[in-house]
Design a protein around this ligand. Structure first.
Ligand code: G3P
Ligand code: CA
Length: 377
């Protein structure tokens, strides 16, 4: 999902209201009662999620990236969760860490390189579940996209891989510093994969969010997953009350879905009704909200935001990035993939669909565009 590795020049295969009155989901209630208190009502709307922190400006998933995101105005910070050999939740986009740390340059870990099947696909590299936390702490984060985001490489080697608990502590520190609510939007990555190895994420996640007072309706947290089943389990088996968000993509479907359903089906009006009563939000690809034409120009808004609101779900699409490489062809500025394009215009069109929030690698731009959008309504 989203970018895993640097792609070729402009090969765009994946892109990646006045303030809403308490949001549609605020009005909805469900039999389990999890949606009674208006999840997201504590943020200015549409809320801005600092995607992997302010990952457009700092190596992703570092405490410095999260700190910068909040200081730039992000309402919420987003950690992706994986796990160590000794069962500690840490913050990385994927189990394989050669793209975001210096592990490949560490001779002491050369023998840990291996190939595993990750959601049915072979992946070669170094995996968090083969490292203890103490070993992982000896590594340093690096910029994932050094060609596109060369400026961010000045921070390579400065910072460690954070634990999820450190992010929860930082969230509270940032609230005190900034005097406003800062939410956290953890994503369980590859839930089935980790459970099959005897290292389930959920058994660690649930007690942690309870310790930090976040397992309640309306708490400043959204728990997200591309796998539907683990979200349903969190609600029904683990009795989680915190808001839960199902992530979808324009193609494919949730891994290990017992009914082998596609995201396309699960985001149709009929498909939404299969799960919306148990969850709180939908996190679609931006392309599911405003389609892209065959020539990669921006197409027309779909009915997805309206359809999801009709069943009481909030909608927070992923992910807006300022570089030409990630923008529709008609919103690029020149041909240099790393130059910034007309991202404010793109955000303006997305906000106009009625979305409740947006993920952005550049939260400062998403906030600026939101204020401009709100001031013109
Ligand atoms: O979780 C929202 C967005 O981050 C989903 O894509 O692959 O960047 O985690 P990914
Ligand atoms: Ca994510």
């Amino acid at each position: 999902m989203a970018f895993m590795k640097r792609r070729s020049l402009l090969s765009l295969t994946t892109a990646s209201a006045a303030t809403f009155a308490l949001g549609d989901a605020a009005q909805a209630s469900t039999t389990s009662g999890h949606r009674r208190h208006g999840h997201g009502a504590r943020y200015r709307k549409p809320y801005v999620v600092g995607h992997r922190g302010a990952s457009g400006y700092r190596p992703e998933h570092t405490l410095e990236a999260y700190r910068l995101a909040a200081r730039m105005g992000a309402d919420i910070i987003e950690p992706d969760l994986v796990i160590t050999k000794d069962g500690v939740l840490v913050v990385r986009h994927e189990p394989e860490i050669s793209g975001t740390t210096d592990v490949a340059k560490r001779p002491e870990f050369a023998s840990r390189k291996t190939t595993k099947s990750l959601d049915g696909k072979p992946v070669t590299g170094w995996f968090t579940e083969d490292f203890t936390l103490a070993e992982l702490r000896t590594l340093r984060a690096v910029e994932r996209l050094p060609e596109l985001r060369q400026r961010n490489t000045i921070y390579d080697g400065l910072w460690q891989v954070p634990t999820f608990e450190e992010v929860l502590k930082l969230r509270r520190e940032l609230e005190r510093e900034l005097g406003r609510t800062i939410g956290v939007y953890p994503e369980t990555k590859h839930s089935t994969y980790f459970r099959a190895q005897g290292k389930p994420l959920e058994e660690k996640l649930v007690p942690l969010i309870r310790t930090y007072g976040l397992d309640r309706p309306g708490a400043p947290i959204f728990i997200q997953s591309f796998e539907l089943q683990n979200l349903l389990d969190l609600r029904t088996r683990f009795k989680v009350k915190a808001p839960l968000v199902f992530l979808t993509d324009a193609k494919g479907g949730p891994f290990a879905d017992p009914k082998k359903r596609s995201y396309s089906h699960l985001t149709s009006p009929a498909g939404l009704r299969e799960w919306a009563h148990l969850l709180d939000g939908l996190g679609p690809s931006v392309k599911q909200v405003i389609a892209w034409n065959a020539d990669n120009t921006l197409g027309a808004p779909t009915s997805l935001v309206r359809d999801a609101h009709a069943v009481g779900l909030q909608v927070c699409p992923w992910t807006v990035r300022a570089e030409n490489d990630f923008l529709p062809a008609d919103l690029r500025n020149g041909s240099n993939p790393g130059d910034f394009g007309r991202v404010v215009d793109y955000l303006d069109k997305l906000y106009a669909t009625g979305i409740d929030g947006i993920f952005s690698d550049m939260p400062d731009i998403a906030v600026l565009a939101r204020e401009r959008y709100l001031s013109r309504r």
